[in-house]
Ligand binder design. Structure first.
Ligand code: SME
Length: 155
C-alpha cells in the first residue's frame, strides 16, 4: 500500500485554510482532502460536541451516510472524545460498543479535536482493511488534526 506523505497533506490543509474562517467550510474541505489523499479509506469526517444534548453530532464528512448522534463515551468516537485520547482500532468488531455505520468498515482511527485547549469533537477515519492505520498514520493524522484545529474558531 502507498504510504501517505503527511508532510505534504498537512502543508496542503494549512495552505487551504489560511485566511478562511467558516468552520463548516473548513471542516468540509478537510474531510474532502483526507478522503482524496489517504488511500484505502471509506469514511473521513467529524463529530462535533453538542453542549445542549451532551452528545456528538455528525459534522462534515465524505463517505456513506452515517449515524447522526453518538453519546459521549459510546463507540470508538465517543470513547476517544470522553478520554480525550487518540484511539486506533485494528479491528472494530472487537471494540466493545463499536457503532457500525458502514458494515464494510473494519479499522478506525479517531483523533480528538482541541481548539484553544477546549475539546470540540473528533476526527474519524474508517477503512475496510483490518489494521489499516500504522504508527506513522496515527502521528500524521494527529498532526493534521492540530493544523486543522488552528484554523477553527469555534471554541
Ligand atoms: N464507528 C464509529 C461511528 C462513526 S462511523 O464509523 C462514521 C464509532 O464506533 O464511534
Amino acid at each position: 500500500m502507498t504510504e501517505t506523505d503527511f508532510s505534504i497533506v498537512n502543508a496542503q490543509i494549512d495552505a487551504l485554510l489560511t485566511g478562511e474562517t467558516n468552520p463548516v467550510a473548513n471542516l468540509s474541505n478537510a474531510s474532502a482532502l483526507l478522503f482524496d489523499t489517504i488511500t484505502d479509506i471509506n469514511w473521513a469526517g467529524f463529530y462535533l460536541y453538542n453542549e445542549e444534548t451532551e452528545a456528538l453530532d455528525l459534522g462534515p464528512f465524505q463517505g456513506k451516510v452515517a449515524c447522526m448522534h453518538i453519546n459521549n463515551g459510546s463507540g470508538v468516537c465517543g470513547t476517544a472524545f470522553k478520554t480525550n485520547t487518540v484511539t486506533r482500532v485494528k479491528n472494530v468488531h472487537e471494540f466493545p460498543g463499536h457503532i457500525a455505520c458502514d458494515s464494510d468498515s473494519n479499522a478506525e482511527l479517531v483523533v480528538p479535536l482541541e481548539v484553544s485547549g477546549k475539546l470540540i469533537g473528533v476526527m474519524d477515519i474508517d477503512s475496510k482493511s483490518l489494521n489499516r492505520f500504522s504508527d506513522d498514520d496515527q502521528a500524521g493524522l494527529t498532526k493534521f488534526a492540530s493544523v486543522l484545529a488552528s484554523h477553527l474558531d469555534i471554541a
